[in-house]
Design a binder for this molecule. Structure first.
Ligand code: CAA
Length: 387
């Protein structure tokens, strides 16, 4: 076993850390306050190769592995979880499925601009009545009589980057009688007729990432834009989420690390009763628990990222590793950010410091790309072989 990073992995980690410190950290509090989408920093991240890290060079990406991706996402999320969210949707939810299941033409049209950061991508699975119960979707895609296109009608909700996305990976029912086996994936150009953006969600955290409903009103999707075969959509969606969950685990690790580092500094500097608060055993116990969970979360995340790299080579599933990493890292992020607010006392509660932002941002990692309850369900089913 070798815990040493390769030269390439160290390079992307250093580049992401440097960019995060100089360009993202200084604006993180302000964009959290205003909710402004950080288009100019996202564009620069694209120029650095951060918006398509695992996408091969010929399709506009950086051509690195999943560990490099996880390391970079940790650095970006430590500075600003909103940037982490936008980066993770582009890299994991959008690019991953397209890379695996897209035709050469689809990759040229839909992958290149998003992996290079010129355009933003989104992933549309959830509907108002179907979040965790994803296969219960209603959005309908009907093949036209001449077989040239699908006519799409229906609504999707909680679409991260929806307000700014140029392209969307969409899942809909082509055969409603067949349940999960009647779901098909499509590539959508949001600039075509029949695509409508709905209400924007006012969120507790990751406030500078944009989230909205989207609606399809007789949208005509050319048959060549179908991703994979009819009926394969649910498996494509689930495979993408398995890999995507490594991204959310990385985001959680980044937020946790930022909260932990601030807490350590505060424990050393803040004086009470004539000494540094870090001298008190109660603070030391908090630091010990935070550090240990941070380390465990990082190791599970790196292990899942490694499994993702193997999956890319062998085609095997990595549901267990992805779900365990996301479950543990997101719950660790809630624990660590909660303790960080507590260690800082009143200053932890104040918007003058980033602790309360970390706390609000951490919460989403237990919800999106599958709640903690869904991760436990996936792990429990796989381990017992029962459902
Ligand atoms: N990979 C490949 N295939 C898979 C799979 C996987 N990970 N998981 C399931 N499948 C296959 C099954 O094998 C089955 O196929 P067969 O019948 O041929 O065996 C088929 O898919 C149906 O599977 P299930 O019967 O297990 O499906 P289910 O309805 O019981 O649901 C679930 C399973 C795990 C609960 C799933 O619905 C799920 O993951 N739900 C959570 C959805 C989610 O994470 N949503 C987040 C949306 S993205 C987001 O958060 C927004 C954003 O923009 C960030």
């Amino acid at each position: 076993m070798d815990f040493q990073l390769t030269e390439e992995q160290q390079m992307i980690q250093a580049a992401a850390r440097d960019f995060a410190k100089t360009e993202i950290e200084p604006i993180a509090a302000a964009i959290d306050e205003t909710g402004e989408f950080p288009l100019s920093t996202i564009r620069k991240m694209g120029e650095l190769g951060l918006m398509g890290i695992e996408v091969p060079d010929e399709y506009g990406g950086a051509g690195l592995d999943s560990i490099g991706y996880a390391l970079a996402l940790i650095e970006i999320s430590a500075a600003c979880a909103s940037h982490g969210t936008i980066m993770s949707v582009n890299n994991s939810l959008y690019a991953n499925g397209l890379l695996k299941h897209g035709t050469e033409e689809q990759k040229q049209t839909f992958l290149k601009p998003v992996a290079s950061g010129e355009a933003i991508g989104a992933y549309a699975l959830t509907e108002p009545q179907s979040g965790s119960d994803a296969s219960n979707m209603r959005l309908r895609a009907e093949l036209s009589a001449d077989g040239s296109h699908y006519v799409i009608n229906g609504k999707k909700s909680w679409i991260t980057s929806g307000p700014v996305a140029k392209y969307v990976v969409l899942f809909g029912k082509t055969d409603p009688e067949k349940g999960a086996k009647g779901i098909t994936a499509f590539m959508i150009d949001t600039e075509r007729d029949g695509f409508v953006r709905g209400k924007t969600e006012p969120k507790m955290g990751i406030r500078a990432s944009a989230t909205c409903e989207i609606e399809f009103e007789n949208y005509k999707c050319p048959v060549e834009w179908r991703l994979g075969e009819e009926g394969q959509g649910f498996k494509i969606a689930m495979g993408v989420l398995d890999a995507g969950r490594v991204g959310i685990a990385s985001q959680a690790v980044g937020i946790s690390r930022a909260a932990y580092e601030k807490s350590l500094e505060w424990a050393r500097d803040r004086k009470a009763f004539g000494r540094s608060i870090g001298e008190f055993q109660m603070i030391q116990a908090k630091i010990a628990d935070m550090r240990t969970r941070l380390e465990a979360a990082t190791l599970l995340t790196m292990r899942a990222a490694w499994a993702k790299t193997q999956m890319a080579k062998t085609g095997s599933r990595m549901s267990l590793e992805g779900s365990m990493a996301k479950l543990y890292a997101s719950e660790a992020a809630m624990f660590i950010t909660h303790q960080a607010v507590q260690i800082h006392g009143g200053m932890g509660y104040s918007r003058e410091m980033p602790l309360e932002r970390y706390f609000r941002d951490a919460k989403i990692t237990e919800i999106y790309e599958g709640t903690s309850e869904i991760q436990r369900m996936v792990i429990g089913r796989l381990e017992t072989g029962l459902r």
